[in-house]
Design a protein around this ligand. Structure first.
Ligand code: ADP
Ligand code: GLC
Length: 491
C-alpha cells in the first residue's frame, strides 16, 4: 500500500510532544512491514536549519494561498522513509515553536498556516505535484491536518482517509471572520460539516469526513464518547463509533533503550540494575540535590498544562518532603505552573529541583536516574513517558485514565503474586488520591525484593510498534476494501 502520513511534527525533525514520537516511529515500523509510507510535515525554520539533505521536487500554486509553495523531499534519518516538507516561508519560516509565540500564546495566523498545510497535503494526495506517486491512503493526525478529509472528498478519484485523534482537547477553533479569509469551500460552514457552535472547527473535518477514525488507546476511544472527555463532540463521535478504533501507541526502543542510550551516565539493562544507581547519583549531582542511594527520587517530564495534573503534584510537595523524598521536574508551558514549580524549588532546595524548558538529552537522563515517575493526568489519550519509564526501570504512578489505564498494571497483592504489577494507579482527580498512590509506592520501595520485581516486570514489557503497526495496516486494508465494496454498490 501507498500511504501518506500527515503530521504537524515528527521526531527527530521537530518535536513538542508525543505526536512527534509517533509520527517519527510508526511510519518507520510500517515501512519495515514493506509498505510505501511517506511523511509530510511543514518546513519549519528549525527543520530547514538541520543538516539533513532535502531536494526541491515541486512548486505548487494552492487555492487560497498567496505565495507559491515548494515541496522538498528528504529521508527520515536512518530509514528509507521519504519525508516531504511543505515549504511556505510566510507560514513556517519563523523562529520558535510550531504553534505558539514566545509568550506561549498561539500564532495569530494558525488557521491560515495549517489551511495552507492541508491544501498542500491535498495536492500531494491527488498527485497534483507531479511526483509520480499517489497514495491509496492519507493518514491524518490531529486538527492541523483535519481539513484534508473534507478537501479530498470533493474530488472523484481520491485516496481514502484515516484520522487519528492524539488529543481531543486541541480542536483548531476559529471564528467566522477567520474562516471567511481562508477561502475554503463555503459549504464547510455548516453544522453538518465544520461549524461547531458558531465557530469553525478544524477537528470536525476529521471526525465527520474521514473514512475511519482512530485514537491512541482503547480506553480513550471509549472515554471520548462521554460528556466528561468529549468537549461537546461526544455525540458526533458516538455517531461514528462503528468507524472508530483505539490503537495503543508503540514506542521506538531504538531511541528509548537504557542499554544503548547515549544521553545517560551509565548504560544498563535488566541484568545490570546496579548501573541504574550510577544514573541516580549522576542525576542527583546534576540537580545539586543530596546524593543518597536510599532516598526515593520522583520525576516529572511534561508539558506543563492543565491536562497533566501538575497542580496535584504541587499540592503534595510538602508530603513528599515529609517522606524525605526528592522531586525532579523537567517541563515548560503554563507560566503559572512554571512559577509554582520554581517557588517549590526555592522553599525546599534539598528536596525539589527543576529545569524549566525543553531538553531532550535531559529527559533521557531523568528517565534513567529516577526511581518513580509521576503522571497524574486528568486525561491522557495514550501517554508515552509511562511506557519509557517502564523500560528504564522507573516505576510509574498514573491516574487510571486513557492510555495510562491501558499500559500500567496497578500493584496489588494479586498482581504481585501473578508478577504482572508494573506501577501504581489511582482514580479520583484529587491530591489525596495521588498521595494515596505515592504512599503505597513508598511502602513497596522499602521492600527491595518486591520493588525489584516491579522494576524488572516493567523493563520486560514490550510496547514496540510491531503489534500496533500491524493493527494500522489491517485497518488501512479494511478501509480500502470497504471503499471497493461501496463503489460497487453505488454503480
Ligand atoms: P503529550 O504528547 O501529551 O505531551 P506524551 O507522554 O505522549 O504526552 O509525550 C510527551 C513527549 O514529550 C515525551 O517524549 C516526553 O519525553 C517529551 N517531553 C515533554 N516535555 C519535555 C521537556 N520539557 N523536555 C524534553 N522532552 C519533553
Ligand atoms: C497527545 C496526547 C498523548 C499521546 C500523544 C501521542 O499529545 O496528549 O497522550 O501519547 O498525543 O499520541
Amino acid at each position: 500500500m501507498k500511504i501518506l502520513f500527515a503530521s504537524s511534527e515528527a521526531h527527530p525533525m521537530i518535536k513538542t510532544g508525543g505526536l512527534a514520537d509517533v509520527a517519527g516511529s510508526l511510519p518507520r515500523a510500517i515501512r519495515k512491514l514493506r509498505h510505501d509510507i511517506r511523511i509530510v510535515i511543514p518546513a519549519y525554520q528549525s527543520v530547514l536549519k538541520q543538516t539533513g539533505k532535502y531536494t526541491l521536487v515541486a512548486h505548487l500554486d494552492l487555492e487560497g494561498v498567496k505565495q507559491p509553495v515548494r515541496i522538498l523531499a528528504g529521508r527520515l534519518p536512518d530509514s528509507t522513509v521519504t519525508v516531504y516538507l511543505v515549504d511556505s516561508p510566510e507560514h513556517f519560516d519563523r523562529a520558535g515553536n510550531p504553534y505558539t509565540m514566545k509568550q506561549g500564546s498561539a500564532w495569530p495566523d494558525n488557521a491560515e498556516r495549517f489551511t495552507a498545510f492541508c491544501r498542500a497535503i491535498e495536492a500531494l494526495a491527488l498527485n497534483a505535484a507531479d511526483l509520480n506517486w499517489q497514495p491509496d491512503i492519507v493518514h491524518c493526525n490531529d486538527w492541523q491536518t483535519a481539513l484534508v478529509p473534507p478537501l479530498l472528498q470533493r474530488h472523484h478519484h481520491h485516496p481514502v482517509t484515516l484520522f487519528t485523534i492524539h488529543n481531543l482537547a486541541y480542536q483548531g477553533l476559529f471564528d467566522w471572520k477567520v474562516f471567511k479569509n481562508l477561502e475554503l469551500p463555503a459549504d464547510f460552514w455548516s453544522t453538518e460539516a465544520l461549524e461547531f457552535h458558531n465557530q469553525f472547527s478544524f477537528i470536525k473535518g476529521g471526525l465527520v469526513f474521514a473514512d475511519w477514525i482512530t485514537t491512541v488507546s482503547p480506553t480513550y476511544a471509549e472515554e471520548i464518547q462521554t460528556r466528561t472527555y468529549g468537549y461537546g463532540l461526544e455525540g458526533l463521535i458516538r455517531h461514528r463509533s462503528n468507524n472508530l478504533t483505539g490503537i495503543v501507541n508503540g514506542v521506538d526502543y531504538g531511541v528509548w533503550n537504557p542499554g544503548r542510550d547515549p544521553f545517560i551516565a551509565a548504560q544498563y539493562n535488566i541484568r545490570s540494575l546496579t548501573d541504574k544507581l550510577k544514573n541516580k547519583r549522576a542525576l542527583q549531582q546534576h540537580f545539586e540535590l543530596p546524593v543518597a542511594d536510599t532516598t526515593p527520587v520522583f520525576a516529572v517530564i511534561s508539558r506543563l498544562v492543565e491536562q497533566k495534573g501538575i497542580d496535584l503534584i504541587l499540592e503534595i510537595v510538602p508530603k513528599l518532603v515529609m517522606h524525605r523524598a526528592q522531586l525532579i521536574v523537567l517541563g515548560s508551558g503554563d507560566s503559572k505552573l512554571e512559577t509554582a514549580i520554581q517557588s517549590a524549588v526555592k522553599t525546599y532546595p534539598q528536596h525539589v529541583a527543576a529545569h524549566i524548558g525543553y531538553d531532550e538529552p535531559l529527559s533521557h537522563h531523568i528517565e534513567a536516574g529516577a526511581d518513580i515517575f509521576l503522571m497524574p493526568s486528568r486525561f491522557e489519550p495514550c501517554g508515552l513517558n509511562q511506557i519509557y519509564s517502564q523500560r528504564y526501570g522507573t516505576v510509574p504512578i498514573v491516574r487510571h485514565t486513557g492510555g495510562l489505564a491501558d499500559t500500567v498494571t496497578d500493584t496489588t497483592p494479586a498482581s504481585i503474586a501473578a508478577k504482572t504489577a508494573t506501577g501504581f494507579s489511582f482514580t479520583p482527580v484529587t491530591a489525596m488520591a495521588l498521595l494515596g498512590a505515592v504512599e503505597r509506592a513508598l511502602r513497596y520501595y522499602q521492600q527491595p525484593q518486591v520493588w525489584e520485581q516491579l522494576v524488572s516486570t516493567g523493563m520486560r514489557q514490550d510496547f514496540s510498534w510491531r503489534h500496533s503497526a500491524q493493527l494500522y495496516i489491517d485497518l488501512y486494508k479494511k478501509i480500502l476494501a470497504q471503499r471497493v465494496v461501496g463503489a460497487g454498490t453505488s454503480r
